[in-house]
Design a protein around this ligand. Structure first.
Ligand code: BTN
Length: 241
């Protein structure tokens, strides 16, 4: 589509109408792009915005695990494009030198107690330079064009991310587990080993991020012991903080 409010909203409508797995909604711009926690995702022309319908494979499958899978796929494809120092910040942020370059919003749609499927929505700052974005961005931000110094093909990046997602989903099916996705995420993570501050349900937790568990929850070592976080927001702190 040239323009849509949100590719995730559109893909969720299609999922509810019975559209099959593999359908991708992509748009040149979004007028109401959505991020995690009801935030706005700025979506000017030049970025990559798409949402993919994924059917459930495993009983325990959930939006958090598919979000991690999407983040791994994006990180690998950005590295292949020549972007250096790509890392993942829990849960689904893709960073370059601690600046955000892409984000993933995964939303599961239920019908009664049945899971219809999950919409994995991916936004990448691709050919829009941060210098052209409005002031007051919520966090340090970068884009592919700022990192590699030239415009790149939005279609090619879309294809390579979708192909990588497909490969990772095949490994989930073969192993009947997300173990290799979790391993890849741990390898790419700049959160694990970092001093972090977590905001969850109005609480603030400080500690060291130690791992992610089999549900994709972040395991944080605090002064009072280990805490698992599934929904929160994380900041990486400097050691002196
Ligand atoms: C985040 O970092 O908070 C997640 C951002 C997800 C943005 C993408 S852009 C395509 C899809 N459509 C949306 O409205 N959001 C996701």
């Amino acid at each position: 589509m040239d323009s849509v409010d949100s590719t995730n909203t559109e893909a969720k409508k299609l999922l509810i109408q019975g559209e099959e797995e593999g359908i991708i909604v992509t748009a040149g711009r979004q007028t109401a792009g959505r991020g995690r926690k009801d935030r706005t995702w700025l979506s000017p022309v030049g970025g990559l915005y798409f949402s993919l319908i994924i059917y459930p494979r495993l009983e325990v499958e959930s939006a958090p695990l598919l979000g991690l899978l999407g983040a791994c796929a994006v990180a690998r494809c950005l590295s292949e494009l020549g972007v250096e120092d790509v890392s993942l910040k829990w849960p689904n942020d893709v960073l370059v030198k601690q600046r955000k370059i892409a984000g993933i919003l995964s939303e599961t749609v239920f019908l009664g107690s049945d899971t219809l499927g999950t919409v994995v929505g991916i936004g990448v700052n691709q050919n829009c330079s941060v210098s052209e974005m409005p002031n007051g961005l919520q966090w340090p931000t970068t884009s592919i064009i700022d990192e590699v110094g030239k415009a790149t093909s939005i279609e090619s990046l879309l294809c390579s991310i979708v192909n990588r997602i497909d490969e990772l989903l095949q490994s989930v099916e073969e192993k009947m587990s997300f173990s290799s996705v979790l391993d890849e995420w741990r390898e790419l993570s700049s959160t694990i080993g970092s001093k972090v501050r977590v905001h969850e349900d109005g609480k603030t937790i400080d500690g060291i991020a130690k791992n992610i568990d089999s549900n994709g929850a972040l395991v944080v070592q605090t002064e009072d012991g280990f805490v698992s976080v599934l929904q929160g927001d994380v900041s990486h702190l400097r050691v002196e903080d």
